[in-house]
Design a protein around this ligand. Structure first.
Ligand code: SF4
Length: 505
């Protein structure tokens, strides 16, 4: 550092000279010019979003607008702007309407979009949920652009499901009696509500409180309806397994998440084209497993792009008999894993303390007598048939007396008083053909690509966009939130792979 030559050390007993510092004046008012166009650089992604949204057909967003030229009334915000605001916000991991409204006040990218205006958060929040059909069309429009760029081929589509937390806590799940108590209380409170005009509180606060109470009553009524539906779908309802529903988000279901933890969630189903990792279909279900989700996924892709994918690649959670039959009927080539199922069975055996020499594959099936033979040579007779989806699993059991006197009991069925049982899944022609196909090196090589393609958008949506938990409640609204997130993902792929800022005027 260069030494200040004008400064000399004070002599002994002398006061050092006072340093001249710049004062910070926070009381001043400033007026300064802002050149809006220069708030963001030429290659800023917010310009790409504005440009792309401007190219799309937004007719369905404009259709319901009542403010028209030549008629009295206030103009409305342009849907192009509101769409661009939401897409840019999601891209930056912002999913709150209030936060966007706040960012409009000072963030250069949001200011550039709005031209230094501030959009009210009510307008933003309403816009996000009011245009379901128009949003679906917008998603398809963007797919059209990406397809035109050659980024979608439908030659190979990877499908995967991911659990996203609902906007509800574990404690919001109650049995019927508790929900009825809460509903009675909520109705009483609604009845006791006074006229907001005569409230001591400000009218705004009083109206907000009334709205909150009515919404709570509505949610509790919905929760009781959900309980009825859940009860009706159960073949053998029992007191022990009395169902519960959430009083906060009645549509949510308790599901097992990625790390094995259970919580109120939704199951988001995402289909990704392998060519450039573009999401070609998105859906949200209340099903805790993915077992029945492939057929609807293929139908969604066909509805979005006008043709079926040639090949679907899935994990072991979707390779069941019903799925295989459905894909065979649709003439869609299915690639997937079966090994995980065997892995699950083996894990259970291990937990029960069964030795690997006595896993189900060690039991020989005799088709002529329809029975199994154990490693000790004893016969296991047919006992029951179990249905899981459309697949049929037949259970065979050894006599208790055979196992009690067997030298292998400690390795084969430790701790059981009944005879050992094994379950056999019937291999239909589709299943047999699928198993043979999956043993080929070509199929295994394709399957190896699955995780890299299918799990990439899931991770991106959770980590970059921040959709680890939905902000909205109810199946319809969370589906909208999922579509906004996937639309943002696809637009980001377009920016990354296609956008050329040099072409801008
Ligand atoms: S325990 Fe029962 S099933 Fe197992 S090997 Fe012995 S006899 Fe067979």
């Amino acid at each position: 550092m260069e030494k200040d030559k004008s400064w000399t050390a004070p002599l002994e007993g002398e006061q050092p000279p006072r340093v001249r510092r710049k004062e910070i004046n926070r009381q001043q008012l400033l007026l300064r010019p802002v050149e809006v166009e220069k708030l963001v650089e030429k290659d800023h992604p917010v310009r790409a979003i504005w440009e792309l949204v401007g190219r799309l057909n937004l007719e369905s967003f404009y259709a319901g607008i009542e403010a028209i030229e030549g008629v009295a009334g206030r103009p409305v915000w342009d849907p192009r702007l509101l769409i661009s605001l939401w897409i840019y916000a999601y891209k930056e991991g912002v999913s709150s309407a209030r936060e966007i409204a706040r960012l409009c006040q000072y963030h250069p990218a949001y200011q550039w979009l709005t031209g230094l205006e501030v959009v009210n958060y009510h307008t933003l929040a309403d816009f996000r949920i009011r245009h379901k059909e128009a949003l679906d069309r917008l998603f398809i429009e963007v797919l059209g652009v990406l397809s035109h760029e050659g980024l979608i081929t439908l030659e190979r589509v990877m499908h995967d499901g991911t659990k996203v937390k609902a906007c509800a806590s574990d404690k919001s799940f109650h049995r019927r009696a508790t929900l009825q108590d809460h509903l009675r209380l909520a109705r009483e409170q609604v009845e006791q509500m006074g006229d907001p005009e005569s409230e001591e509180l400000s009218q705004r606060v009083a109206k907000a409180q009334q709205r909150a109470l009515r919404e709570r009553q509505q949610r509790l009524e919905e929760a009781l309806k959900e309980l009825e539906q859940m009860g009706a779908s159960r073949s053998e309802p029992s007191e022990k397994k009395e169902t519960r529903a959430s009083s906060t988000d009645p549509d949510s279901r308790v599901m097992m998440g990625a790390k094995g933890a259970y919580g109120p969630s939704y199951n988001v189903q995402i289909s990704t084209d392998a060519e450039a990792k573009i999401i070609v279909g998105v859906g949200v279900t209340q099903a805790p497993t993915d077992a029945a989700e492939l057929e609807p996924a293929v139908e969604r892709i066909e509805a979005n792009l006008g043709e079926k994918p040639k090949q679907m690649v899935v994990d072991g959670g979707l390779t069941n008999q019903a799925t295989m039959e459905a894909m065979a009927e649709k003439q869609v080539d299915l690639i997937g894993a079966l090994a995980e199922r065997r892995g699950v069975a083996e894990k259970r055996m291990k937990q029960r303390g069964v030795s690997p020499d006595f896993y189900p594959q060690a039991f020989e099936y005799d088709a002529s007598a329809d029975c199994c033979r154990c490693p000790a040579g004893k016969v296991l007779l047919y006992e029951t048939e179990e249905r899981s989806g459309a697949s049929v699993r037949r259970r065979y059991r050894a006599k208790a007396s055979d196992c009690r006197g067997c030298a292998f009991q400690a390795q084969c069925c430790p701790g059981t008083k009944r005879g050992r049982s094994v379950v056999r899944s019937e291999a239909t022609p589709e299943m047999a053909a699928f198993q043979a196909k999956m043993e080929t090196p070509e199929a295994q090589a394709i399957y190896k690509q699955r995780a890299g393609v299918a799990e990439f958008p899931n991770a991106w949506i959770k980590d970059k966009i921040g959709v680890r938990q939905f902000r909205l409640r109810g199946l319809v609204k969370v589906t909208l939130e999922a579509v906004w997130a996937c639309l943002t993902y696809n637009i980001c792929q377009w920016i990354r792979l296609c956008w050329n800022p040099q072409q801008l005027a």
